[in-house]
Write a protein that binds this ligand. Structure first.
Ligand code: ADP
Length: 450
């Protein structure tokens, strides 16, 4: 059934009515057939008894045969002996029943319509020397059947009408939670994502639908919150260097023109521009990561090669701080990952180690298999370590354990968030072991080659 623009409530009611009509019709037809068969069976038994009585009277009291019609109520019968008519009730000839027996011999019970439209049940038994035929009026039986049919025919439209009304009412009741949910959902906007749909019975279909919808809303709410926080933090981080540049510029413009002062101001502005560029680049990496635009490649990568490459790249920074930077690698530590993304993650960890370890400290990078056999890269430093209170949160965006010190070193609190994404995108995880004042160890654990 096509929807025809009808509401679900109306369609449910119609379907209900159609199915019920079919059932009622089939049931009524069954009743009619059953009752008809029962009534005719009774009539045939009556006919059989009448024939037996006539037969008995013919053999035992042949003279009384004429009284049978008045005394026993067998009003229509005929007896022929040796082909000649012996007795026939008056009505037999009048109703033209003789023609029903054309052909002679025994005739099983059958219905016969006479000229005036009346119906009789007729049967004949034939013996070698005589034949008895009897008939019973079927009218009252037919009347009963017609009355029954009329009652059923009148009852069906009534039942169908009732079914439509009851179906419509019940469908309305059953579907009412959907209306409530729709009203509520219509009122939920980006500013009210904290609201939830009402869940009547969490175990029924609508309850489950509302629960799923609520879960989706919760995820959306969470994403929206994170996005808002991210935007607010990013704006804050962008504003700091911009404000610094503005005030440096304004101060420089106030005094008399001085080339060396301008040089100094431009130098410090370029430093702020560098900081801004790094921040924007990090934001771009994270935004791309969030959008899932870059699907990581899956290559077999030699971790020793990546560790050496990244260490060489950042060695100059360690040398500036007179730190010792060493790489210890074991050959054939292989992982399946995207080398470019992994490089980015490792770069951030190593950059942090150099940044936070004081002058003259030591940093070690190791590529090796963990105790459980997974390929890993460790970055260990002799820096200040990370207090327990901050360990859970340092991977969050814009989180800094010591904001003053971190900002001083040019960090916006995005390095570890990028590292975590880079490793997770490759199916791995970052572990942290740190003791306060005794350095930290970040371990990238990756999936091995199957
Ligand atoms: P930032 O830009 O501040 O370096 P990160 O996300 O890279 O941001 O790091 C978050 C915070 O974690 C840092 O501010 C710092 O407090 C702490 N941290 C990260 N790496 C180290 C490390 N190797 N030693 C000590 N503290 C670290």
């Amino acid at each position: 059934m096509r929807s025809l623009g009808l509401s679900i409530r109306a369609r449910l009611a119609l379907w209900h009515a159609c199915v019920l009509t079919l059932i009622v019709c089939a049931f009524s037809a069954g009743i009619l057939i059953f009752v008809k068969a029962g009534l005719f069976e009774g009539l045939d038994r009556q006919l059989h008894r009448a024939l037996a009585t006539i037969d008995w009277v013919y053999h035992n009291e042949p003279d009384d045969i004429g009284n049978l019609a008045t005394e026993s109520g067998i009003t229509l019968f005929r007896l022929t002996v040796d082909g000649k008519l012996r007795y026939q009730t008056e009505g037999w000839e009048r109703e033209g029943l003789a023609r029903s027996l054309r052909g002679g011999g025994s005739i099983p019970p059958k219905s016969w319509t006479v000229e005036d439209g009346r119906h009789y049940r007729v049967q004949a038994i034939a013996e070698p020397s005589y034949t008895i035929a009897a008939a019973i009026d079927e009218s009252s039986l037919r009347d009963t059947l017609w009355t029954l049919a009329a009652i059923l025919a009148m009852g069906i439209p009534f039942a169908v009408g009732l079914a439509i009304a009851a179906g419509y009412f019940l469908a309305g009741r059953v579907l009412s939670p959907v209306g409530t949910m729709a009203d509520k959902a219509r009122r939920i906007t980006a500013n009210s994502l904290g609201e939830r749909l009402p869940v009547g019975n969490p175990r029924d279909e609508f309850g489950r639908l509302a629960t799923v919808f609520n879960d989706t809303l919760a995820h959306l709410h969470d994403s929206f919150d994170r996005l808002n926080r991210f935007t607010a933090d990013a704006s804050h981080e962008l504003r700091t260097p911009l404000t610094a540049m503005r005030s440096v510029g304004e101060v420089a413009l106030q005094g008399p023109p001085d080339a060396s002062k301008y040089r100094e101001v431009i130098g410090s502005m370029l430093e702020e521009v560098d900081r801004l560029t790094r921040l924007v680049e990090s934001l771009l990496v994270l935004t791309r990561a969030d959008s899932g635009a870059a699907a990581p490649a899956r290559e077999v990568v030699e971790l020793a090669a990546i560790a050496s490459e990244v260490t060489d790249h950042l060695r100059v920074l360690a040398e500036e701080k007179q730190q010792s930077l060493s790489v210890q690698t074991v050959a054939r530590v292989q992982a399946v990952c995207d080398p470019a993304i992994l490089r980015l993650g490792l770069m951030n960890l190593l950059h942090n180690a150099i940044k936070f370890t004081p002058k003259g400290g030591a940093i070690r990078v190791r590529a090796k298999a963990t105790a459980s056999g997974h390929p890993s890269i460790e970055v260990e430093d002799t820096g200040p370590g990370i207090p327990v209170a901050h360990r859970e949160r340092i991977f969050e965006r814009f989180y800094r354990a010591d904001p003053a010190r971190a900002r001083e070193s040019g960090g916006a609190g995005l390095g570890l968030a990028i590292a975590r994404w880079a490793v997770a995108a490759n199916g791995g995880r970052i572990e942290l072991e740190s003791e306060e004042s005794r350095g930290s160890l970040f371990r990238i654990v990756l999936p091995g080659v199957a």
